[in-house]
Every structure is written in structure tokens, then in C-alpha cells.
Design a protein around this ligand. Structure first.
Ligand code: ADP
Ligand code: MG
Length: 582
């Protein structure tokens, strides 16, 4: 008889091999050997193993992974894992994360099926449905790619090299923002406190632990604890003009931040001092290094680390003023990918406050989720969208970027379905350009808007996602003037007038010749849609104003391009025209 590798009492979910067999959860005594994983009845009082109830041969196992808990899961069933073999999934619940991780690791080591799966279902099969992708066939192919699927090797997988900078499982992270749990599965984050990462299978929601509890946290709210510069005063990815914008908005004497210098590997302190004609000025000081590798702003005061240097100058002036007041690009927490770790939103949690407008799919309203979080709610008119495709794709895509309007979740259990997204208080970019700007915009402001859009679009391209309908009307502006792209998915629209290039609603003015002539969409056709940049610099004029759609198709194919708007200088205009090369 082979030796027992692991033994443990777990809760096991009934496998419901027949449609009529009941769903139940029973405690079983699990034993892992070199050949199989077997489970037994047991006598709880005498702590004795009894009759064998079932087993799975290790060579039949195709996949062992965690399973995400369902909403409102009782505590004892939070740590689920699945063993997939030819008879379907076997669901087992461990009492804590450590035990679960230990079993998964061991099982992966000892299983040796050559026919491993590429994809799996991260959620349960329940009531005739995969909860992750809503597919209704139990044998349906998984919807999530297994980590490490690109490696040719079979288990045991080689340990993944830790990503150069990002956190990894087991690592300590620091919260950059407070996070109030939105669902029972979430863990509260308190700014500057430390947490340990337990699981990262979902890129947006990591499982983490504080001193007392475990739960899901938004991954974009934390940074690796060990990275030296991730302090509140350090504004990552901030250039000179963005730093000035932040400092001026804050408008505090002695306001400062530290950012990457335009010279690679160097840092710059940007400092604002009040007074003067223009109401204040920004100065930028490079942090210098001595021959011994120490850092200084004033040569007489070198320090081994930048935090020490900043700390010193928070108390001692060496420049126009002391570093009095931290200005952070992280003052406002970013959007989370969803309202907590659930995707399906309960419509009873939504309050409707006012109507924002009507779009392609119906009415859009501003409202609150659970009485406190601002949201925009799209009520999808029946028949206007291929709903299943949308839901399916949105769930897998899980897009999250500062310049994309964040999708929070959906209400699909009632009709019409709702799509719930982040709310942007300055509304549609086109209207904002035409009438929303309070004073005449500076060209820097206009360029920032274009940059916002291009960063959102770069991210979409990196995810192999084609927008197909980029235009100022499909961008929104938040309370700070940041522009975000929305409505990525002409693909779900069911109205032919909109999707067919000959249709009356087709975005002809934003389309390149190859789309107009051959319907050839690509990330390149998205670039052509930087007609948007022309819209921005002309403050919301209609492109090719005097031409109708037929004339545009004809003339653009023959080489006609938009003229240079007054606010755009030659350099800016050359960027636009470079997007309209054939
Ligand atoms: P669709 O793309 O379905 O045609 P839109 O997204 O254009 O509909 O929505 C219609 C209008 O509602 C927009 O022009 C905008 O003013 C408003 N709106 C839509 N989404 C939001 C949001 N997330 N925040 C603020 N306003 C919004
Ligand atoms: Mg729209």
C-alpha cells in the first residue's frame, strides 16, 4: 500500500452526476497517496476513518485550481478548490488558505496526466450553469486561461520568476488608499497599512490578509511594500506639465511632489510657491547623486536614501521654500474593477437620481450604488444589444485603465438588463468641448485631453481590443477634466444603420478608407479615429462639416484630409495627419 502524502478533513460538495441528485455538502476524510485522492466517511467522535466513499486516480486529473466563492458564501466554504477529471469537477472546501494552497501544490506535483487543460472555470458549476461564463453545458470549455499555459512543460510547473517590480503571492504590500469593503468577500484597506497577498488569480481582485482577516482587495490600491520610492509624495508616471497641473490645482504654498525626471533613472522634486503675478510658480529641482551614490538637493546635505532626503527638506529649506505640503496624484483613489468582488449587481442596491441622456441602447441614468457610490446606469432597451455576447466578453476582458470608463458590473437577472459603470460628472467630451469649458482652454489642456485618450487606446490595443467607434461623443470627462474612453464595442450593437458602413448612423467621418471600402477594422482603423484630436482642437466641430456621408467616402478615398484647426500648431497638426496616412 502506498504511503499517505496528505490527510485532511474537508467539506466536499456532492457531484450531482445525475441531474436529479441533490446538492449537498458533507465532511469527508481526504487522503492523498501517490496513486489517488480518496475520501472516506468518518466517525467524528472517535476521530476514526470509516468506509471509502470515492476516489480519483491522479493520472486522470486534468486540472487543480482554486474556485472563487459565490456571493454570501458561509465562512466554512470560502476556500474552495476544484479537481477536474473526466467525470467533471470535484469541489472541495478547505478550512483556510494555507491548507488549500498546500493541497493544490501537492496535487499539482503528483498528478501526471499528459492531457492537461488550457482553460478552466474559475467559478462553480451550479444549477445547470457555469457561474463565471454563464455557459449551460457542464463540459463547456473553460473561460479562463490557466496560468503558465504558454509553457510547454507539464506539472510541476517551474516556479515563475517574480515580476520585476510588481507584488507576488506571499509578498507584503502597502495600501495606497483606503478601501471600504463593498461585499462580504472584500477586505477593508487602510492607507499605509501592510497586507499579505494570498492569491492573484484574478488580476483585478487579489486575495489578501491583514492581521485578523482575509478577503479580496482591489489590486490597484496597493503597492509592493519593499519598493523604496512608493511613498505618498512620489507621483509615478507624472511628467513636468502634469506635475505643474497638480501643484496649481492644489494651490498651496510649499506644495511638492517627487517624480521621475526626464532623464532615465533620475528623480525631480517639483515645488510650488505662492505669490507673484501669475498667482504662483512651479520650480523643478533634480535630485543629484554624489560620487559615493548619496542623494542631495543641497550639496552640503547628502543622504543615503531619497525618503531621508525628503524628510530632511520637509523640515529645512534649501530651495524657495521648505517642502511643506505633499501633493499627490494619488489623492483620489482610482476606480475599482467592479463594486467589490462580485460582478452581478443586485438592482435593489441601485437608486436612480437623474437622467443623463439617451444613447444607442436606451436611457442612461445617474444614481447611487448602496446609497453612497456614484454610478451611471445604462438601461439596455430590449433588442438593441446582443446581451449575451456583451456579458460574456466583458466578464473575460476585465479591462481596467485610468483612461477607460470603468465597467462595474451588470444586472442580468431582470429585464431590461442594466450596465453599471463609473460616473463622470463632466459628461460627454463633445458637449464639454462645445459648451462645458469654463474659460478658453490652453493648448496644454487640449493636448492633455488627447494624451488621455491615446493612453486609454494604447491599453485597449495591448489587450487586442478594437474600439471601432472612437470619437469625442464616446469619451467622457470626469470632475478633474480627465478624459476617459467609453462605449468600446460597436460589436454588440444590433442596429444595422449603425454597424453597416452604408448605414445612416455609421461613423463615416471617423473611418479610414479601408473601413469605408472593405469594412476592415483593426487597431489601425482606431488610430485613424484620431479625427477625435481634430475635434478636440476645433472645440467640437463636426469633421468635414460641409460634406455628406457619400461625399466623404468618395473624397477621403481620393485623399481629402481635414484642415488644420486654428488652435493646433504645425507640430500638433502633423501628429493628426500622421494618423490619416493610408
Ligand atoms: P450610448 O453609447 O449607449 O449611445 P451614451 O454612452 O452616449 O449612450 O450615453 C448617453 C449620454 O449619457 C452621454 O452623452 C452622456 O452625456 C451620458 N452618460 C453616459 N454615460 C455616462 C457616465 N458614465 N457618466 C456621466 N454621463 C454619462
Ligand atoms: Mg455613446
Amino acid at each position: 500500500m502506498s504511503e499517505n502524502i496528505l490527510e485532511e478533513i474537508f467539506i466536499k460538495r456532492s457531484q450531482q452526476k445525475k441531474k436529479t441528485s441533490p446538492l449537498n455538502y458533507k465532511e469527508r476524510w481526504f487522503v492523498l497517496t501517490q496513486e489517488k485522492i480518496a475520501y472516506y466517511d468518518f466517525d467524528p467522535d472517535k476521530k476514526k476513518r470509516k468506509g471509502l466513499r470515492g476516489s480519483v486516480d491522479l493520472e486522470k486529473i486534468k486540472c487543480v485550481e482554486t474556485v472563487q466563492p459565490e456571493p454570501n458564501t458561509p465562512r466554512e466554504r470560502m476556500y474552495a478548490f476544484q479537481i477536474i477529471y473526466d467525470e467533471g469537477p470535484l469541489y472541495i472546501f478547505a478550512k483556510n488558505e494555507d491548507v488549500r494552497a498546500q493541497w493544490i501544490k501537492k496535487l499539482k506535483e503528483v498528478s501526471f496526466n499528459k492531457d492537461l487543460m488550457q482553460k478552466y472555470h474559475p467559478c462553480f458549476w451550479a444549477d445547470g450553469l457555469w457561474l463565471c461564463c454563464q455557459q449551460e453545458v457542464k463540459q463547456a470549455m473553460g473561460c479562463k486561461v490557466l496560468d503558465g499555459k504558454n509553457e510547454k512543460t507539464i506539472w510541476p510547473l517551474p516556479p515563475q520568476p517574480p515580476e520585476s517590480s510588481g507584488p507576488s503571492v506571499g509578498m507584503a504590500v502597502i495600501a495606497e488608499y483606503n478601501y471600504k469593503p463593498m461585499t462580504a468577500q472584500d477586505l477593508e484597506l487602510i492607507k499605509d497599512e501592510q497586507y499579505t497577498i494570498l492569491e492573484m488569480s484574478d488580476t483585478n481582485w487579489w486575495r489578501a490578509r491583514d492581521k485578523y482577516k482575509e478577503g479580496y482587495i482591489p489590486s490597484n490600491y496597493v503597492v509592493a511594500a519593499e519598493s523604496e520610492l512608493e511613498r505618498f509624495w512620489y507621483s509615478k508616471n507624472t511628467n513636468r506639465s502634469q506635475a505643474e497641473k497638480l501643484l496649481r490645482t492644489e494651490n498651496k504654498d510649499g506644495g511638492f511632489l517627487v517624480r521621475d525626471s526626464s532623464k532615465a533613472g533620475k528623480y525631480t522634486v517639483s515645488l510650488f510657491s505662492k505669490g507673484g503675478e501669475s498667482g504662483g510658480s512651479c520650480r523643478h529641482y533634480n535630485i543629484c547623486t554624489t560620487a559615493q551614490g548619496q542623494f542631495y538637493l543641497a550639496e552640503k546635505h547628502p543622504f543615503t536614501t531619497i525618503p531621508e532626503l525628503i524628510n530632511y527638506h520637509q523640515h529645512n529649506a534649501a530651495m524657495v521654500s521648505r517642502l511643506k505640503y505633499i501633493v499627490s496624484n494619488r489623492a483620489r483613489p482610482p476606480s475599482t474593477a467592479g463594486l467589490g468582488y462580485v460582478w452581478e449587481i443586485d438592482p435593489r442596491d441601485l437608486t436612480f437620481i437623474k437622467e443623463l441622456g439617451t444613447g444607442q441602447f436606451g436611457v442612461v441614468k445617474y444614481g447611487k450604488w448602496q446609497g453612497q457610490h456614484d454610478v451611471a446606469i445604462k438601461m439596455i432597451r430590449e433588442g438593441s444589444m446582443s446581451e449575451d455576447d456583451f456579458i460574456e466578453e466583458a466578464k473575460i476582458m476585465k479591462l481596467r485603465h485610468e483612461n477607460l470608463v470603468q465597467l462595474y458590473g451588470v444586472c442580468t437577472k431582470t429585464r431590461p438588463i442594466y450596465i453599471v459603470t463609473e460616473f463622470l460628472s463632466n459628461g460627454c467630451l463633445l458637449t464639454y468641448l462645445r459648451e462645458g469649458l469654463k474659460q478658453h482652454p490652453t493648448t496644454v489642456q487640449l493636448l492633455e485631453m488627447c494624451k488621455d485618450v491615446s493612453e486609454g487606446m494604447t491599453y485597449l490595443e495591448s489587450k487586442q481590443f478594437i474600439h471601432r467607434d472612437l470619437a469625442a461623443r464616446n469619451c467622457l470627462v470626469d470632475g478633474n477634466g480627465t478624459v476617459k474612453v467609453t462605449d468600446f464595442g460597436l460589436s454588440y450593437v444590433l442596429d444595422d444603420e449603425y454597424t453597416s458602413s452604408a448605414g445612416s448612423k455609421f461613423p463615416v467621418r471617423w473611418s479610414p478608407p479601408e473601413v469605408l471600402l472593405y469594412c476592415k477594422f483593426s487597431s489601425k482603423s482606431d488610430i485613424w479615429a484620431y479625427v477625435l484630436m481634430w475635434e478636440v482642437y476645433s472645440l467640437g466641430r463636426l469633421p468635414y462639416e460641409r460634406l455628406n456621408n457619400t461625399e466623404i467616402v468618395e473624397q477621403v478615398s481620393r485623399g481629402l484630409r481635414l484642415y488644420r484647426p486654428q488652435l493646433a500648431n504645425e507640430k500638433v497638426y502633423s501628429i493628426m495627419t500622421s494618423c490619416w496616412l493610408e
